[in-house]
Design a protein around this ligand. Structure first.
Ligand SMILES: Nc1nc2c(ncn2[C@@H]2O[C@H](COP(=O)(O)OP(=O)(O)OP(=O)(O)O)[C@@H](O)[C@H]2O)c(=O)[nH]1
Ligand SMILES: [Mg+2]
Length: 314
């Protein structure tokens, strides 16, 4: 493990790949790696991209890689598929333009899935990002498929979240509101070469502005997510998207929101591990639980008191 971490720090793609595989496999070895990786935390600025299947996430991601490479940034791409139990190369492997980046040593591309990982896919993604931090990637792009709950959790591992929509999805905005309008820091209406793009942009802007009232407690200002139009297949609007991302990053840094977000995520990760550990201890208290259950069932004890006794045994 120390050799792998040293290799990752030296930017060796094979070491990075092996460490991320340890995450995917939930290997006990990764625990050792985590301790060694800790000092590198937070190097990469993480951009999450989410949106319905086929909206153009991979195409946008490819264009963003080009744009960030042009600035000299080292860029990593993680394609996370919550619906697939296995990681395969197919997610990105069939993208011709992404393949062009595959030979660039400043770019690392990886698709990822997990097999019933302890802390779930969001946890695994966060750990993979630690590996990318150690390998000194300046930008990490995380693509997830769909806008369901697990995708939202994965997106929440990012510093900036880009939500992609396509024209004609305007009707769905209200319906999908619960999920997508809370997680986006930047919205892109992709496939803007199709009819209805302007209407979708207008509707999105209206809905997002409604959500922008007074700043939340302890927040100096509120971020109103910009909406940009893109035609990813023709590299259209990518400059505007990068500018919107730069704007969000500047806001995050200036207001201290970046630190706050990262602290919040760290707390969530600690809780996830702690909860799992507590769960395992509870599982080991089967006999005590059964004894207490007998008493509760026969009425000599109430469930709250029983639970309290069990908690004290943990
Ligand atoms: N007309 C048009 N087609 C686009 C645009 N952007 C992407 N596409 C096409 O849409 C299709 C899907 O694009 P992807 O980038 O694979 O979409 P995705 O969101 O990554 O798809 P999944 O990962 O399968 O959810 C491809 O055939 C793209 O060429 C666009 O702006 N306009
Ligand atoms: Mg894709």
């Amino acid at each position: 493990v120390p050799d792998l971490v040293a290799g990752a720090r030296a930017g060796e793609a094979r070491a990075v790949a092996r460490l991320i595989s340890l995450v995917e496999e939930a290997s006990p070895l990764f625990r050792e790696a985590m301790a060694l990786l800790a000092p590198d935390a937070g190097h990469a600025f993480v951009i999450g991209l989410t949106g319905p299947p086929g909206v153009g996430k991979s195409t946008i991601t490819t264009s963003l890689v080009t744009a960030f490479r042009a600035r000299g940034s080292r860029v990593a791409v993680l394609a996370v598929d919550p619906s697939s139990p296995f990681s395969g190369g197919a997610l990105l492997g069939d993208r011709v333009r992404m393949q062009e980046h595959a030979t660039d040593p400043g770019v690392y591309i990886r698709s990822m899935a997990t097999r019933g990982h302890l802390g779930g896919l969001a946890w695994a993604t966060a750990q993979a990002l630690r590996v990318l931090d150690a390998a000194h990637f300046d930008v990490a792009l995380v693509e997830t498929v769909g806008v369901g709950q697990s995708e939202i959790e994965v997106a929440s591992t990012a510093d900036s979240v880009v939500v992609l929509l396509a024209p004609g999805m305007g009707d769905g905005i209200q319906a999908a509101k619960a999920g997508i309008l809370e997680i986006g820091d930047v919205y892109a209406v992709n496939k803007a070469d199709r009819d209805g793009a302007d209407a979708t942009v207008r509707e999105l802007r209206n809905v997002l502005r409604m959500g922008a009232g007074a700043p939340a407690a302890g927040q100096p200002s509120r971020w109103v997510p910009p909406v940009v139009k893109t035609v990813a297949s023709q590299e259209g609007g990518i400059i505007a998207l990068v500018e919107a991302l730069d704007g969000h990053r500047a806001w995050l840094t200036q207001t201290g929101a970046l630190t706050a977000r990262r602290r919040g995520r760290a707390a969530a990760q600690i809780r996830a591990v702690a909860m799992a550990a507590i769960g395992r201890r509870l599982d080991r208290l089967g006999d005590a639980t059964r004894a207490l259950a007998d008493q509760v069932a026969e009425g000599s004890l109430d469930p709250y008191t029983a639970a309290q006794e069990l908690v004290e045994l943990v």
